[in-house]
Unconditional design. Structure first.
Length: 220
């Protein structure tokens, strides 16, 4: 969704994936739509102005049987690896950055990092809450290097991770969202473009919820 939005806005987008075949396929599809260009770089990085950390995993299991292995896997990918990848990319992010033309790191968190979710996804909610705070910490330090760090906390979107949940509980989920729908590709892509553009140059250390008001729409 995010890559599609950037290409549609005319940007030159680099995507990476563990699967080279999927990476090249998606790049070809998005480039054909234009007007921007999508370039696949499986397991590699080149010149970097915007880093969007979107990889993530989830695990749903009762409290009594939730394994240490599952907890560690989710925390490692959702939290630790975002830190280490951003750390590794810092020379690229700072190479051309200036005070008035900063680089941007956007970490994809979750509204489950801001609330106690109804599912038994203990490691996921802990990792996202930790990511939100880690991002604020990094923003305070990296902002001095002309690299801004912000978080987007999405609600319900038609993503691969939410596919099965939406198929089962779509109407129930929508009923708890004040605007009455799940998120669209334009909603998440537009927020990323804002945070990456001149419009977002003074936004640093923020957690932007993109959830249609789900967090504030309690029906107690």
């Amino acid at each position: 969704m995010i890559a599609t939005g950037f290409v549609a806005a005319g940007a030159k987008v680099y995507i990476t994936s563990r699967s080279a075949d999927v990476c090249y396929k998606v790049a070809k599809e998005l480039s054909s739509k234009g007007p921007g260009q999508c370039i696949a770089i499986p397991a590699d990085l080149q010149n970097l102005d915007v880093l969007i950390n979107n990889a993530g995993a989830n695990w749903n299991e009762p409290f009594e049987s939730f394994s240490d292995e599952a907890f560690e896997k989710v925390i490692n990918l959702n939290l630790k690896r975002i830190f280490t990848l951003t750390q590794a990319c810092l020379p690229l992010l700072t190479a051309k950055a200036t005070q008035m033309n900063t680089s941007s790191v956007i970490n994809i968190g979750s509204i489950d990092g801001e609330r106690s979710p109804p599912q038994e996804t203990y490691a996921y909610s802990a990792s996202k809450s930790g990511l939100h705070h880690l991002s604020r910490h990094m923003a305070g330090r990296l902002g001095q290097k002309n690299v801004r760090v912000n978080v987007i906390a999405p609600g319900a979107f038609q993503s691969k991770m939410m596919k099965a949940t939406l198929e089962k509980f779509h109407d129930q989920i929508v009923s708890g969202i004040p605007v009455g729908r799940i998120g669209s590709p334009e909603d998440i892509a537009g927020t990323c473009i804002y945070l990456s553009s001149r419009a977002g140059q003074y936004t640093n250390g923020a957690t932007v919820t993109v959830d249609g008001g789900a967090l504030v729409g309690s029906k107690i």
